[in-house]
Design a protein around this ligand. Structure first.
Ligand SMILES: *Cc1c(COP(=O)(O)O)cnc(C)c1O
Length: 394
């Protein structure tokens, strides 16, 4: 037998973390890493945050799982807090981002079904998008890399160029249910949509009775310096998928919707065995306790500005490698002039954890509660690695 015990779908790196503490991870031999990957934008309070850890421990010892057959005081409380701080009137809790996007897709289709337009099934999606790895979400993103060999893909999605409002408008027809878009693309290379594009999509939805569905699984939950990224575009969606940071490391996702958008989601139309269980709700509450404290988002913005300034100063010293920095808040991307894929493992070997993205970008996704000292250490590690890095022959 040569197959590995873990189904070999990931190119796993030699980093084998066994312990975490704040912005640091420790490997099996005790080696220390500065974690500016945060489990891909998940550990937004860093590792072992005492408030989050205690909330999970206490809840585990009280009540871990029941069923959505029963009333959920824990779910109602967290949903209400999310509603109080967002556009939403109602929330469906999931265990992952892909499930949150699935629920968002179903909600958008079901809206038109409930409104007597059952032919409106098609969501217009965008190039370089990432929405998860389920059949519907790989069909939505449409990239051949993800669908190859998994056909038939699901119908009901049409992909047009990201940030191109004319292309989005031209794709609207009688079968269109709405748009599904990441306000800041993550896997696609940390690419923020323009203001005109997001506002334009909102206007197209209003004019044509369509659903604006945002995938904020990566860019939401404080990552870009506001609770959700849409706030910075001066618009509100009809439906939004959240996950990653929402549980701070505990598996949790959520599909948020307005009352109008959720008008088709009646009893029996959707469900999840684990979704919204007491343990996940405790984690979600603990994360909100911290990020809704006065000044937290200001801290994210301030650290994001510092980090960006420091990078803008340092990157030109290695201009054979780096083109520049882009993104918002603490969701930044360093665009490289060379292949970013081998650079990321090199950084890991130097004790710095980051994530690659498409378009030769290296993602900078630190915990949101980092301090200036972490930024200083990051810049030192990155700059010394850049100095020593030998670009592999193509
Ligand atoms: C990570 C991600 C997903 C999928 O989340 P999973 O928890 O891996 O299912 C969906 N959309 C975006 C934008 C993501 O970054």
């Amino acid at each position: 037998m040569t197959i590995t015990p873990l189904m070999p779908v990931y190119p796993r790196s030699p980093v084998r973390p066994v312990r975490g503490d704040g912005a640091y991870l420790y490997g099996e031999e005790g080696e220390r890493y500065l974690d500016f990957a945060s489990g891909i934008a998940v550990n937004l309070l860093g590792h072992n945050h005492p408030h989050l850890t205690k909330a999970i421990q206490d809840q585990a010892a009280t009540l871990m799982h029941v069923s959505n057959m029963y009333g959920s005081p824990q779910g109602e409380h967290l949903a209400q807090r999310i509603i109080d701080n967002s556009f939403a009137d109602t929330v469906f809790f999931t265990n992952s981002g892909a499930e949150a996007v699935e629920c968002a897709i179903k909600t958008a289709r079901r809206y038109h079904h409930a409104k007597g337009a059952p032919d409106r099934k098609k969501l217009i999606t965008f190039s370089s998008a990432f929405h998860g790895r389920t059949m519907a979400t790989i069909s939505a993103a449409g990239s051949e890399k993800m669908t190859d060999g998994f056909e038939p893909v699901l119908p009901g999605f049409e992909t047009v160029e990201f940030d191109n409002l004319d292309a989005a408008e031209a794709a609207i027809d009688n079968a269109t249910a709405g748009f599904l878009v990441e306000p800041v693309q993550g896997e696609g290379g940390i690419r923020p949509a323009s203001q005109e594009f997001m506002q334009g999509l909102r206007e197209l939805c209003d004019a044509n009775g369509l659903m604006l569905v945002l995938d904020e699984v990566q860019c939401g939950y404080g990552r870009t310096g506001s609770y959700f990224a849409y706030e910075q575009y001066g618009i509100e969606p009809d439906i939004l998928a959240s996950a990653k940071g929402i549980g701070g490391g505990f598996p949790l996702g959520a599909c948020l919707a307005t009352e109008e958008a959720a008008s088709g989601m009646v009893i029996g139309t959707h469900g999840s065995t684990y979704g919204g269980g007491p343990l996940a709700m405790a984690a979600g509450e603990a994360v909100l306790d911290v990020i809704l404290e006065d000044g937290f988002f200001d801290h994210v913005k301030a650290m994001g500005d510092r980090l960006r300034q420091a990078l803008e100063q340092m990157l030109p010293n290695h201009d054979h490698l780096f083109e520049g920095v882009r993104g918002r808040g603490l969701m930044l991307g360093i665009k490289m002039k060379v292949d970013s894929k081998p650079f990321v493992p090199y950084l890991r070997s130097k004790g710095l954890l980051m994530v690659a993205a498409a378009d030769n970008v290296v993602r900078v996704l630190p915990p949101l509660n980092i301090e200036e000292s972490h930024i200083k250490e990051f810049i030192e590690l990155l700059s010394s690695a850049a100095r020593d890095y030998e670009v592999p022959e193509a």
